[in-house]
Design a protein around this ligand. Sequence first.
Ligand code: AKG
Ligand code: FE2
Length: 339
Amino acid sequence: MVVLSKGELEQIALPAVQRTAPPLAVVPEIDLDKAARDGANGRAAAARAVAAACEKHGFFKVTGHGVPAAILARMDAAAAAFFALQQQEKDAATAFGYSSKRIGCNGDLGWVEYLLLGVTPSGAAPLPESSDASTCSFRDLLNEYIAAVRRMTCTVLKLMAEGLGLDEKDAFSRLVLDKESDSMLRVNHYPPRPELKQLGGHGRLTGFGEHTDPQIISVLRSNDTSGLEISLRDGSWVSVPADRNSFFVNVGDALQVLTNGRFRSVPHRVMVNSARPRVSVIFFAGPPPRERLAPLPELVGEGGRRCYREFTWREYKTSAYRTKLSENRLCYFETAATS
Ligand SMILES: O=C(O)CCC(=O)C(=O)O
Ligand SMILES: [Fe+2]
């Protein structure tokens, strides 16, 4: 079990000036079911709305997503059961991607425990040899979830390409459907915050510190507990109202590069401010490691400036994972303003 020292606990308590929650966000909504029912016009309108949301915020909400409610209910139950295990049992699941409080290897701490799993073309990465039956059934469920969410993710990515007016409508979705796509699934559990007195008076804890997601897009669903906050272009923070019936989409760094900066990789964080636990499940849609990423020529335009140099996804991921969460990880890949 990871026990935080008093000093470490203080690091995840926000400074006193940030004690109050920011205002509620007005999150753009895209109804995929309606877009499909309304024919070509409905689809074109949804594509335009998706592109507008990605340009303005890098964030929107998806309703009518088509992921069966039964899968979502089973995921909720399975995640709750896993995180309710004794600490010793959870610690034994490190081969299954379990970790607590420490995010990455660069000293970032958060009031969170999580499972982080690689995703292969057929679902979640193979189980460790010693897995028991309950782990296997959890894995089967994860695979069903991943298949359904990946389908929806690709619908969203096609709408993005259409909204950008790209000739190749699968310019983004093909990267996620590639058999070597480096996608991940993360299940986060933010335990209710401890008593104020244990925190020396700080009412809000950092669950997951400010960052952008490195992949193409992240597709998130949570329970009814809020806590997710996004940063707007003016640098202010807004709090995203929880909605267990919808998915939330974040534009990631790779998509910001592919769109030459037109779509915005949205800075976000999770604050633990509730007496109830927050559970979120995030599908990170990533390209194959060898994929060369660069601004799409159609989006640079003739004589236009390429804001990023070409690099492979492996190169970017390695570089991003060497930095602290809150660092601007893309700056090493930007071109000089004169080029
Ligand atoms: O748990 C959440 O709601 C978001 C967490 C997050 O941003 C991440 O895992 O990258
Ligand atoms: Fe994130």
